[in-house]
Design a protein around this ligand. Structure first.
Ligand code: ASP
Length: 285
């Protein structure tokens, strides 16, 4: 297989954004490093407010923004959970992998690490995020909410206003110079409580990478974690066509789900709703 990089803009992202993702893939593609390629591509998507990662991340029910991100290679893993007030969570996940003896850093400790490493204070909030939260809050208070189990569970917890104290995931996989890498970054899946953790920073759930390939997922993190989706896909690599594996694993999902994956023979993606993807290889340019 030629050196390749594949990106996604989150399940539910408009397919018309695929042209933009291809541009990002082209810019980020580094013919020598799969890790650099996936991280650089994810940084570009984090910096684009269209996507629910970095700038443009969705707000929690209390109005705060907490972001999760991860990177994985065949030998290393790093992730951050619930980080606030930094611009590029995926860079911090890379630093966790490369500069600390740990694999996962969360909350204020992750933030302290970021500041120690020189990450500037940054507010990822956007008008899009504020509008989106307002929409979610009015949905939560409507009868429509009763049709959606995610909303119903939150409503059952009591007066949602008590949660209101002061208040489209991206991913990349690559196979370059004989090595696989994966990266993912998200503002989470709304509606969500402060402190909620999705699949993205959990190895095997929202991201997995090994000698057979690299896999990244998007969708409701809770369901993805229950299925340990990415390692489940990874374990089947080599047993049948990659596209068949993705479709098969995702078909049992009730909620929206998307997957991108790459192995030594090629790449594939699958989503139950529209999903923007961008691909580049040393062959196609
Ligand atoms: N999987 C992400 C999460 O649950 C959200 C997404 O893929 O859009 O945090």
């Amino acid at each position: 297989m030629k050196n390749s990089l594949l990106l996604h803009g989150g399940v539910g992202s408009e397919s018309s954004l695929s042209a933009l993702l291809r541009e990002y893939a082209k810019k980020a593609f580094d013919n020598k490093s799969s890790l650099k390629s996936v991280v650089d591509a994810t940084v570009m998507m984090e910096d684009d407010p269209i996507f629910n990662a970095g700038t443009g991340s969705y707000q929690r029910i209390d109005g705060t923004i907490q972001m999760d991100a991860a990177v994985m290679t065949e030998t290393g893993f790093g992730s951050v959970i619930g980080v606030e007030k930094i611009r590029n969570p995926v860079k911090l996940a890379l630093d966790v992998m490369q500069k600390t003896p740990h694999l996962i850093m969360a909350g204020d400790g992750a933030l302290r690490l970021a500041r120690m490493l020189g990450y500037a204070e940054y507010d990822p909030n956007t008008k899009k995020a504020k509008d989106q939260r307002e929409k979610v809050m009015s949905e939560l208070n409507s009868n429509e909410a009763d049709k959606n189990p995610r909303f119903t569970a939150l409503k059952r917890m009591g007066d949602i206003s008590k949660l209101m104290q002061p208040e489209d995931t991206v991913g990349a996989v690559a196979y370059i110079d004989g090595a696989f890498a994966a990266a993912v970054s998200t503002g989470g899946a709304t509606p969500m409580l402060r402190g909620r953790v999705g699949d993205s920073p959990i190895p095997g759930a929202g991201i997995y990478c090994g000698q057979k390939g690299a896999v990244v997922a998007t969708g409701y993190g809770e369901e993805i974690i229950r299925h340990m989706l990415c390692i489940s896909v990874y374990n089947d690599i080599g047993s049948r066509r990659l596209s068949d594996i993705l479709e098969d694993k995702a078909s049992s999902f009730e909620g929206p789900v998307g997957l991108i994956a790459i192995d030594k023979k090629g790449f594939s993606y699958f989503s139950s709703k529209p999903m923007a993807v961008g691909f580049i290889s040393s062959e196609t340019g």
